[in-house]
Design a protein around this ligand. Structure first.
Ligand SMILES: [Zn+2]
Length: 295
């Protein structure tokens, strides 16, 4: 696999060889229906927002961030990863929500030499997704669409790992759209793979937030903005939307608008309608994202 480097070394090159810049490619699975009734009688039919996985790759090796939800998504993702013709070393899971890792067993079957990792805090928060009630709920919402077995990533205790010698830095973000989330930062290429800290033209899961946690979420966004990234991949985005750093400020604005409108709204429907009006072009206009996951 290291043929090119060996050639240069055997030719007696003594100066260090600058690493090639890493590449990035983003896979977006479209939104999909969920089986069941909407928790509120307004908004689009029950469904799940479009979701992303990100491949970061060097000359030979690659790292995948997040592993999708359904078998169909994970298989399509695995095929797409294979097209890059790199050795998949690591699958990094950003946070504990099952939409980002129920597909992991499919990926590991296809790439058995890859290691799947997440922070110990994320793993702790993930335990809930392996309990019988949550598994039952997920299988009811996505009947016949989920893997027969779910696997957890391994705990990864360090703040950084590498891809072909270049650093990938884990940023602990605490509670954003769920507990103990993270983002991944690749300084050499100015890339932030934000996980669900950033949403891109896609309605955000604010159904599990409080005024306090929204402040915390905004602080997490400010942390990402301070890195001055050139590319930001959101955990959920409108298919085709550019992975622009402006998504950080747009996510922040949505949270601030939600906070303000929620205080003055006369009813849940009023809140929902006002947010719909403020963000007419954002996808996934489902009331559960605002009022809580369907039970
Ligand atoms: Zn998510």
């Amino acid at each position: 696999m290291a043929g090119k480097r060996e050639l240069k070394e055997s030719a007696g090159v003594t100066t260090p060889i600058a690493p090639s810049p890493l590449g990035v490619n983003v896979f977006t699975a479209p939104g999909k229906p969920m089986f069941g009734e909407r928790p509120k009688p307004f908004g689009e039919a029950l469904g799940f927002d479009p979701i992303t996985s990100t491949l970061i790759f060097g000359e030979y090796d690659a790292v995948l961030v997040d592993a999708m939800t359904t078998v169909a998504e994970a298989e399509a993702l695995a095929d797409w990863v294979a097209l890059h013709n790199r050795n998949l070393e690591t699958i990094y899971i950003t946070h504990a929500h099952f939409d980002h890792f129920y597909g992991l067993s499919i990926l590991l079957d296809r790439f058995p030499s890859a290691r799947a990792i997440a922070t110990p805090k994320t793993l702790k928060a993930m335990e809930m997704s392996f309990t019988a009630p949550v598994e039952r709920l997920a299988r009811r919402l996505f009947p016949g669409q989920l893997a027969t077995k779910f696997v957890a990533p391994q705990p990864y205790e360090h703040e950084t790992f590498t891809l072909e010698g270049q650093e990938l830095r884990i940023i602990e973000q605490g509670h954003t759209d769920s507990a103990d989330t993270t983002s991944l930062y690749v300084p050499s290429i100015g890339l932030v793979v934000a996980g669900d800290v950033v949403y891109n033209q896609c309605r955000m899961f604010v159904g599990d937030t409080t005024p306090e946690s929204r402040k915390h979420w905004i602080a997490a966004l400010d942390r990402l903005a301070a890195l001055n990234p050139t590319m930001v991949v959101a955990g959920h985005k409108k298919p085709g939307a550019p992975d622009s750093p402006s998504a950080i400020q747009e996510t922040k604005r949505y949270l601030q608008d939600f906070d303000r409108v929620k205080k003055a709204a006369t009813s849940d429907q009023d809140l929902f309608d006002q947010m719909t009006e403020l963000y007419p072009h954002w996808v996934a206009n489902q009331s559960w994202l605002m009022f809580g996951f369907p039970q």
